[in-house]
Design a binder for this molecule. Structure first.
Ligand code: G4P
Length: 529
């Protein structure tokens, strides 16, 4: 198979949702279609459940299990599909944001009872920022959920994206009869089953046909005709081009646990979703068809066994062909590296691969060379852009509780923050370490891992910062003055960039007013990763 064919058959995407909307269930059904698993329940234990804060060990355990399901690859109808798993747990949101940098499209799962939830809004913001094409799957139609049109309005207003239903539900909850596929013009009758893979499909080209009344009854049939009239009147016809630009999100309705509406979505997905796309570097765009290999690290997973400190770095291949045992350049370290055991994640097995293509994600064993955002190339010096750090929401100062182990503490916190567990800011005087996270859980995880993996004891002292802002300005004098005046609130991030730690939204606003030539960025996206 030529490299063009290899690229065109690949689809690399992420499934995202608010916890409990049905992401794990949907993933599992997709894997069943791909033959990657044989029975339901196989993915279930990979998920980070809504565990209590104190139960972080359980979460660590689950994180460990989830290495195997971080990437799930399977073949379906001639395509090679790579699903990138994203933790639903809010405290691991940063993990999810970074995973979104490695996908070409996204499937967003929404619970029809709960509608759009907070976590979904934030995840969608990241997709919009990156112009990632999104398909929405409205789940749990077997429950008494909201009206379809209300849901579409809510999706548009809360997610700030145009939507276009490609299927439409007939009733909801106990009156749910099935969905009409507006794309293929057929009717799928709901037949609750957790094990059945196929649904009963009746082709109805013309919805005025009496066959519709025979199938679902006269009143629901008339309601469906009215609804479809309204949809065609209100929503523009579906445009693949707009979907590819991230301007419109097609919407499907179904019930993942009953395996309903999943196949239609999957079949449409492989037809319309993008194959591996070009990616931006500090030296311009890199096309998947570029001859030379390149890729970047978007996730690092620690080995759970404290005796083996090696880690798995996840590499997204962006161009060329990756080959085993070949020397590549680690651009940030200006170092040649080769990998004897690169692994793929086909089905549930991890296996050593000889080569991999753009769109693929492979695991590289790492003893501490990689940091999130690192680029590997075949000798070139460019770095991939757009692996953002977002401002943390919780800040705490790291204090050493065992002076004899300060070296271990230093090494441990550097490595854990390289892995992306949290962000590290250094403040002067005294090289004080401020650790920032999006969730409270990470502090427990860091404390535990520092002690068990590095033998260092620490404590965290809460800090009252509201936000970390990266700064740029064309007015050097003004920036210098700001850095001097606000010296007590300035820190360096891991890459040595200056960051303003604002104590409140008000103080940030004041800074923006008083120093109009400085741009305060809420993410590090503007800078080279
Ligand atoms: P998540 O990964 O997004 O967190 O969600 P997950 O798939 O685990 O689903 C959350 C709960 O919703 C699960 O129930 C799951 O069975 C249920 N669910 C998923 N799809 C549907 C659906 O279409 N209809 C209905 N009624 N429920 C659905 P649970 O009780 O938390 O877990 P379990 O005991 O069923 O495994």
């Amino acid at each position: 198979m030529s490299i063009v064919e290899e690229i065109q058959k690949r689809r690399t995407f992420g499934i995202i949702s608010h916890p409990d909307a049905g992401k794990t269930t949907l993933t599992e059904k997709l894997l069943l279609y791909g033959g990657a698993i044989q029975s339901a329940g196989a993915v279930k234990n990979s998920k980070i459940k809504k565990t209590a804060t104190s139960d972080f060990m359980e979460i660590e355990k689950q994180r460990g299990i989830s290495v195997a399901t971080s990437v799930m690859a399977f073949n379906y109808k001639g395509r090679k599909i790579n699903i990138l798993d994203t933790p639903g747990h809010k405290d691991f949101a940063e993990d999810t944001y970074r995973t979104l940098t490695a996908v070409d499209s996204v499937i967003l799962v929404v619970d029809c009872v709960k509608g759009v939830e907070a976590q979904t809004e934030r995840l969608m913001e990241v997709c919009r920022m990156r112009k990632t094409p999104v398909i929405i799957y409205v789940n749990k139609l077997d429950l008494e959920g909201q009206d379809g049109f209300d849901l579409l309005d809510e999706l548009e207003s809360k997610l700030d994206i145009k939507v276009r239903p490609l299927s439409w539900p007939i009733g909801v909850g106990h009156t749910f009869k099935g969905v009409y596929n507006l794309f293929d013009k057929n009717l799928n009758l709901f037949n609750p089953s957790k094990t059945k893979v196929e649904t009963d499909t009746v082709s109805i080209e013309d919805i005025s046909s009496p066959v519709l009344d025979e199938q679902i009854g006269e009143d629901p049939a008339n309601q469906l005709r009215e609804d479809i009239d309204l949809i065609d009147g209100v929503y523009d016809a579906f445009s693949e081009e707009d979907y590819m630009k991230g301007d419109v999100a097609p919407v499907f309705f179904g019930s993942a646990v009953n395996n309903f509406g999943v196949k239609e979505m999957l079949d449409t997905f492989i037809r319309i979703s993008p194959f591996p796309q070009a990616r931006e570097t500090d030296e311009g765009m890199i096309e998947p068809l570029d001859k030379k290999f390149s890729g970047f690290i978007f996730k690092i997973h620690a080995n759970l066994d404290p005796k083996h400190r090696d880690r798995i770095a996840f590499l997204r291949i962006c161009s060329g062909i990756f080959e085993r045992n070949t020397f590549y350049k680690h651009v940030r370290l200006d170092k040649k590296m080769r990998f004897s055991n690169p692994t793929s994640f086909m089905a549930q097995d991890k296996s050593v691969i000889e080569e991999a293509y753009p769109g693929d994600v492979i695991g590289l064993y790492d003893s501490g060379n990689f940091k999130i955002g690192d680029t590997l190339t075949q000798g070139d010096n460019f770095m991939f852009k757009g692996i953002p750090s977002f401002s943390p929401e919780i800040f705490k100062e790291l204090e050493n509780r065992d002076p004899m182990k300060s070296k271990q503490l230093e090494k441990g916190i550097q490595q854990l923050t390289d892995e992306g567990v949290a962000q590290l800011f250094i403040m002067q005087p005294g090289n004080r370490k401020i650790v920032g996270t999006v969730g409270a859980l990470q502090f427990d995880v860091i404390q535990y891992r520092l002690e068990h993996e590095y033998g260092a004891k620490c404590e965290f002292v809460p800090k009252k910062y509201h936000m970390a802002c990266w700064m740029t300005s064309d007015n050097e004098q003004q920036l210098d003055q700001f850095l001097k005046v606000k010296a007590n609130y300035i820190a360096d991030d891991k890459d040595g960039n200056k960051v303003f730690l604002a104590e409140s939204p008000f103080l940030l606003k004041m800074a923006e007013q008083d120093y109009p030539d400085i741009v305060f960025h809420r993410t590090s996206e503007f800078k080279v990763a």
